[in-house]
Design a protein around this ligand. Structure first.
Ligand code: SF4
Length: 320
């Protein structure tokens, strides 16, 4: 379970993120948000505001990230940022982008956000001149700039459920997205531990598999009574989401980053992928071991700062 604290009737968490669009101008294989396989679709600002207002009464995060797809494809991005600022749900607003559209991003964007995180892939649509412009505007407006150079992804997608309940449990317990990177999200009146419940059914449908109503089964409604208590129980869960049966979490084997062709993105052919054969079992064992240590440490010293420090330490060990 992700480490959160309850302070004066409000949950304190480390980070959350919201998809501003579900589509992308890139088509990365194994995109964790399934963007290459989804129809174009943008978040609606009025629905977002309503959800945000309900959530902000009982929940506060250290950092609020706008993601996608490619979030700069949503022309109303400024309205979403303003809504977050007004809500008081966070002090830090971050936009995560592939950087390919930074040359035409409105200068006001750099003033409105606190942090810009660029996932720089080896793709000709991103180049250093776009980054240089962003760096300059970030400097002018006191906005933090992070650049992550990424040339590999992890296998993650499945279109048939993992039947081994123990493996599903291990994947859930080891999942950094849920427990370390705090990718909690919300959309259309529901709160989620990660974004997979939002998009997995569309992928299953594309592949001709039966859909699972994961949007409802794996979410917590935002506009019903006792939200604080319900969210605490939801975030404290030890059992996997239904979506975890269709996901390798963060234990999949590495693959080189690559763009898919249009035919691959739209392919209805089943994956025929074995979950066990797609895993890094060494990584899975390490992540489970680390999560046990993490839980023990945070039980003795419950602190968001410590939880964040443990995540950074784990990521550093995994990179070494
Ligand atoms: S579906 Fe489960 S395993 Fe996949 S990212 Fe979400 S919590 Fe992790």
């Amino acid at each position: 379970m992700p480490f959160v604290r309850g302070v004066d009737g409000r949950i304190e968490s480390i980070k959350m993120e919201v998809n501003l669009v579900q589509h992308c101008n890139y088509g990365c294989q194994e995109c964790s948000h399934f963007s290459p396989h989804l129809r174009a679709g943008a978040a609606d600002v009025e629905t977002f505001r309503r959800d945000l207002d309900a959530l902000a009464l009982v929940y506060h995060v250290g950092r609020f990230r706008f993601v996608g797809g490619e979030p700069l494809l949503n022309p109303a991005i400024g309205e979403f940022i303003a809504a977050v600022r007004t809500s008081g749900i966070t002090n830090v607003i971050e936009v995560v982008t592939n950087g390919s559209l930074l040359h035409r991003a409105d200068e006001a964007l750099f003033e409105e956000i606190d942090s810009l995180s660029v996932s720089a892939y080896p793709d000709s649509r991103f180049d250093e001149s776009k980054l240089a412009r962003a760096a300059d505007l970030c400097r002018q407006h006191g906005t933090k700039l992070k650049v992550n150079r990424i040339d590999r992804f992890r296998l993650m997608q499945l279109d048939a459920p993992i039947e081994d309940a123990r493996l599903v449990n291990d994947l859930y317990r080891s999942c950094q997205i849920a427990h370390s990177w705090y990718c909690q999200t919300f959309a259309d009146g529901w709160f989620y531990l990660c974004s997979r419940p939002l998009f997995t059914d569309a992928y299953l449908e594309l592949k001709g598999a039966s859909t699972q109503d994961l949007v409802r089964r794996d979410g917590e409604p935002l506009h019903e009574p006792d939200l604080y208590q319900r969210l605490r129980a939801y975030l404290g869960r030890t059992e996997p989401l239904a979506s975890c049966s269709y996901c390798l979490g963060t234990a999949g084997r590495h693959i080189a980053w690559r763009q898919q062709s249009t035919a691959e993105k739209r392919s209805t052919e089943p994956l025929q992928r074995s979950a066990r054969a797609s895993l890094s079992h060494r990584r899975l064992r390490f992540l489970i071991g680390w999560s046990q240590i993490e839980r023990a440490v945070l039980r003795v010293a419950p602190s968001l700062r410590l939880a964040r420090g443990l995540t950074l330490a784990k990521d550093a060990v995994l990179r070494a």
